[in-house]
Design a protein around this ligand. Structure first.
Ligand code: SF4
Length: 582
């Protein structure tokens, strides 16, 4: 496998995203049980995460006694809705607007006495819902072959389940025109109700099929639109492997394939696509040149264990030392390397379960080696303390205070309650605190630790402090984009889950603009330090380039993306140090 081509359209469609968001908003506002008739989407992990937050899928109305019921994006028939109303349940209607449009069309034409023909999968919940609006004079067909057997009619309407294949709809439409050729054209209404999201997904797959030699399609085996994508690929003569997770990948079959297309159904969360992508990518590297394989494994290891991030922090500390006092403080670099490495590892150790879902390689590693990793992180923290002491005893106090605060930040003090300020179990649960706290902790450790105490807190110090704070905060928000969907489902309140993707992107640009402005002020005020500060300018530029790359497409952001984003610190440090030599 040389190349994996990821479809732009892979992942949640508008209707599914809307339904999931409506349920998540409901979770925040109500104490009552929340039910969905059938799973909200065909994905066991999403259903599992939602269940943990009190959203229970049921198969029958009789299973619900009281509470709130959410109608899924597929919609329901009027009789089911009446049943819900008669039970006195609170109804939240998350029917996709495009499905609701089909309901209205069908109802209108049925009232005029037309025969309603629905191209769809019999028994599928969306089709059942549409049938409910169509009354008794309606038929579900699976293709053009069934049209000649349809009864006589004075007028007909042909619509489609929103995820049907475009080609099949066109063929069925032709068959309907032929079957009812004796009727006036205005009595034979053909309305293509296939959703444009489905159309785009199918069109892209057809396009990619010209380039790829095989396809992997990620999605629920029960999901009609996912199965249809598989058929579409197969109809172009290519093998298509439908998998629900990376565990089902058949690498033997893909061994001699150069280019693999990767797409997913409308209800597949982006982290599942990413998991499959990561596994495909990992396996593809296994077939490469030996030194490259070793290099990749090493990079993975230092990335997973946060050594890489620690290195970034240490290099920034070295650069800041040169900017502030024209000399590098090696003790401060080591202290910060160990602090960042240990605290970030403790962070993962405090919640490895969610990580196991969205990033199994790291999650499983931390669960499997929990004991040794706790000791390793403790060892790191103590080693950092020794280096802080070597700076001076005050720096040790500083280091110890911030380390305790960082550990307390992650500690859970009490069971969670649902509302108000008392819903927080730990400081970590306070909205957006992770991004703000880590930016603050990094800036304090990198800028203030080496000069504590008694140093002159000049304007120069505060300018560098602000720069590091803005840079780390922007980096943290970019990283959060990767897990936006999963964080929302799990109820984690990061800046992107609170502000939404668009406003968070604006915020990142704002933070980076402020950082550049701070750097310009620094340049203007402290001419002598121009060259090393160029390292910071380059790091900022790198981070800025990461914004469009990693906040637009969440699908392929795995460990590689994380390493690329954090490379901004390493680049800033190395370039700054090199510049200081000249
Ligand atoms: S596929 Fe289209 S119609 Fe169906 S839920 Fe998604 S956006 Fe709505």
């Amino acid at each position: 496998m040389k190349k994996i081509i990821v479809a732009e359209t892979a992942g949640f469609c508008m209707g599914v995203r809307r339904a999931v968001n409506m349920v998540l908003e409901l979770v925040e506002e109500t104490h009552e049980p929340i039910y969905t008739i059938g799973p909200l989407i065909h994905n066991p992990q999403v259903v599992g995460l939602l269940r943990q937050r009190g959203v229970i899928p049921v198969q029958r109305l009789s299973e619900i006694q009281k509470g709130t019921v959410v109608i899924r994006s597929h919609g329901v028939s009027p009789s089911i809705r009446r049943g819900l109303e008669e039970k006195g349940l609170r109804i939240i209607d998350a029917t996709c607007p495009r499905v609701a449009r089909v309901h209205r069309l069908v109802e209108q034409y049925a009232e005029q006495g037309a025969l309603i023909i629905i191209l769809g999968d019999p028994g599928h919940s969306e089709v059942e819902g549409i049938l409910g609006f169509a009354g008794s004079n309606a038929r579900v067909v699976q293709g053009p072959d069934e049209i000649p057997q349809l009864p006589e009619a004075n007028s007909v309407l042909l619509v489609a389940q929103t995820t049907q294949s475009q080609k099949k709809f066109e063929e069925t439409a032709e068959a309907v025109k032929k079957r009812y050729c004796e009727l006036d054209t205005e009595r034979v209404r053909i309305i293509n109700t296939i959703c444009d999201s489905t159309e785009r997904r199918q069109a892209e797959v057809s396009e990619l099929a010209k380039e790829a030699q095989a396809f992997v399609i990620v999605g629920g085996k029960e999901s009609a639109n996912t199965r249809r994508l598989q058929k579409l690929v197969q109809s172009s003569g290519l093998p298509a492997y439908l998998v629900e997770s990376e565990d089902e990948l058949d690498f033997e079959a893909l061994l001699n394939v150069d280019k693999v297309g990767l797409t997913a159904g409308a209800s597949t969360p982006n982290w599942m696509i990413r998991r499959v992508y990561e596994e495909l990518h990992r396996r593809s590297l296994m077939t490469r040149w030996f030194p490259l394989r070793v290099f990749y494994q090493l990079l993975r290891f230092i990335g997973i264990l946060n050594f890489y991030l620690g290195l970034g922090g240490a290099l920034l500390t070295a650069l800041v030392g040169i900017l502030l006092s024209d000399k590098l403080n090696p003790y401060a670099c080591f202290a910060n390397f160990f602090y960042i490495f240990s605290i970030h590892n403790f962070n993962v150790l405090s919640s490895p379960r969610l990580l196991e879902v969205i990033e199994p390689a790291r999650g499983k590693f931390f669960i499997r080696h929990r004991g040794p990793l706790v000791y390793l992180s403790l060892f790191g923290l103590v080693s950092g303390a020794v280096f802080a002491f070597l700076i001076n005893p005050w720096a040790l106090l500083f280091y110890a205070g911030l380390s305790i605060l960082s550990l307390l930040y992650q500690a859970q003090f009490r069971p969670q309650t649902k509302r108000g300020i008392f819903r927080f179990r730990s400081l970590m649960d306070i909205p957006a605190s992770k991004d703000l706290f880590s930016a603050l902790a990094w800036s304090v450790m990198i800028v203030l630790l080496p000069i504590a105490p008694g140093a002159h807190f000049s304007l120069k110090v505060w300018l560098i402090f602000a720069l590091i704070f803005l840079m780390v905060l922007a980096r943290s928000i970019i990283q959060d984009f990767r897990d936006l969907q999963a964080d929302r489902l799990a109820g984690k309140e990061t800046i992107p889950t609170l502000l939404g993707a668009d406003r968070s992107r604006i915020l990142i640009h704002l933070l980076l603009s402020l950082a550049v402005l701070t750097l310009i002020i620094y340049f203007l005020l402290y001419n002598s330090s121009h060259l090393p500060a160029l390292g910071l300018a380059t790091g900022l530029l790198w981070l800025w380039l990461c914004v469009p790359l990693f906040t637009r497409r969440a699908v392929i952001q795995g460990l590689r993306a994380e390493l690329m984003i954090d490379f901004s610190f390493i680049l800033a440090g190395i370039l700054g140090l090199l510049m200081s030599i000249f």
